[in-house]
Design a protein around this ligand. Structure first.
Ligand SMILES: *Cc1c(COP(=O)(O)O)cnc(C)c1O
Length: 366
């Protein structure tokens, strides 16, 4: 049995550190906010290289809080890729603005910069590029368009801790960026967690207020915010895991290189794009595969778990039916969707397991 993700193996490899951190938080009764949260926020800001890191309850909240902090709301339009997790668009709607979908690129699965221009009008206020699967969006082109049209950029880096373009880390290209620490993300807590990173003092200040009832200090509420706080246990776990992140990213990248190599002569499989200047962190190793659905069942019968990210492109979800989109508006993502297949990927995966996955796929096509 090869699992798609195995979080238990990772826990076992750092059990002592985690158990100790857990015990400290409990003996200090530092349950919400406090020293462990502050420590992790400062460590993560250092890791990304931003001035500020504002922790909150999860990545979806981080998107909403960051949008609000950037002043986006009713009447505004925000450009989001057609291919992403629903949070990216949901957050836009939840601040009162309208998500406007933009088709993606076939090789990278990220937002297509040349489609962005066509969707810009006087209501457009921001772009949310998503570094989907851990592969950075084309930030150079996106920044150029944003500058020309005076749009804000909020990077959705929920899947891309440590991803880079020419050595520059994802999360430092936009006005702000968000991360999710959902357990299965590349840096995952043992529950929900998220954050906003930015070099903009104003966005940082407003985000911090919004995430905690608009309080500057106890009972001094400057505005109405919400309760979106990180708890001490999650922060302590994240501090432990952050020290291992680069090593885990290296392991994912090495697994990906092995997958790539083993699929080299398999015509029916297209492996993920690898541009020399981009550092992919392989949150997801997604291939395009012929007769995907049959392949998936074949692999399941061999005990190999796979996933589909995602079974429906956002414009065609029931939730967005009211927008009345048609497939010809998003031809690229619509057409590749039936081929997407995510293969097992986590740092503790072994070479033998990867070989078994590839051998099984070769067997299916022969
Ligand atoms: C996981 C994820 C989010 C949301 O994060 P949560 O912590 O689950 O709320 C947002 N965007 C993308 C692309 C994600 O993968």
């Amino acid at each position: 049995m090869i699992k798609f993700v195995d979080l238990k193996k990772q826990y076992e490899s750092i059990k002592n550190e985690i158990d100790e951190a857990f015990a400290s938080v409990i003996s200090d009764s530092a349950f919400v906010g406090g020293q462990y949260v502050e420590k992790f926020a400062s460590e993560f800001a250092d890791y990304i290289g931003t001035e500020h890191c504002i922790t909150c309850a999860n990545g979806t909240d981080a998107l909403e809080i960051a949008l609000k902090a950037m002043g986006i709301g009713t009447g505004d339009e925000v450009l989001v890729p057609s291919h992403t997790w629903i949070s990216t668009a949901e957050a836009v709607t939840n601040v009162g603005a309208k998500p406007v979908f933009v088709d993606t690129l076939s090789d990278s699965y990220t937002i297509n910069p040349s489609e962005i221009q066509k969707k810009i009008n006087s209501k457009t206020k921001a772009i949310i590029p998503v570094h989907l699967f851990g592969y950075p969006a084309d930030m150079e082109a996106i920044i150029k368009i944003a500058k020309e049209n005076k749009l804000k950029i909020l990077e959705d880096a929920a899947q891309a801790h440590g991803a880079k373009i020419m050595g520059r880390i994802a999360g430092t290209f936009g006005d702000a960026a968000i991360f999710s620490f959902y357990p299965s993300k590349n840096l995952g807590a043992y529950g929900d967690a998220g954050c906003i990173v930015t070099n903009d003092d104003d966005i940082a200040y407003r985000s911090k207020l919004l995430a905690n009832h608009g309080q500057v200090k106890k009972h001094e509420h400057l505005l109405e915010g919400r309760n979106s706080r990180l708890d001490g246990l999650q922060a302590a776990i994240l501090s432990v895991k952050l020290k291992h992140l680069d090593k885990w990213i290296e392991a994912r990248r090495s697994h990906a290189r092995l997958y790539d190599k083993l699929f080299k002569d398999v015509q029916q499989v297209k492996t993920p794009e690898v541009k020399g200047s981009f550092t992919h962190v392989y949150h997801v190793y997604c291939i395009k595969a012929e007769v995907r659905n049959k392949l998936r069942i074949f692999l399941e019968n061999k005990g190999i778990e796979t996933a589909i990210h995602y079974p429906e492109m956002l414009p065609f979800l029931v939730a967005y039916k009211y927008m009345k989109h048609s497939p010809d508006e998003f031809p690229v993502s619509y057409n590749y969707q039936p081929m997407l297949l995510s293969l097992p990927m986590y740092p503790e995966l072994t070479n033998d397991e990867i070989k078994f996955v590839c051998d099984s796929i070769v067997e299916f096509y022969s």
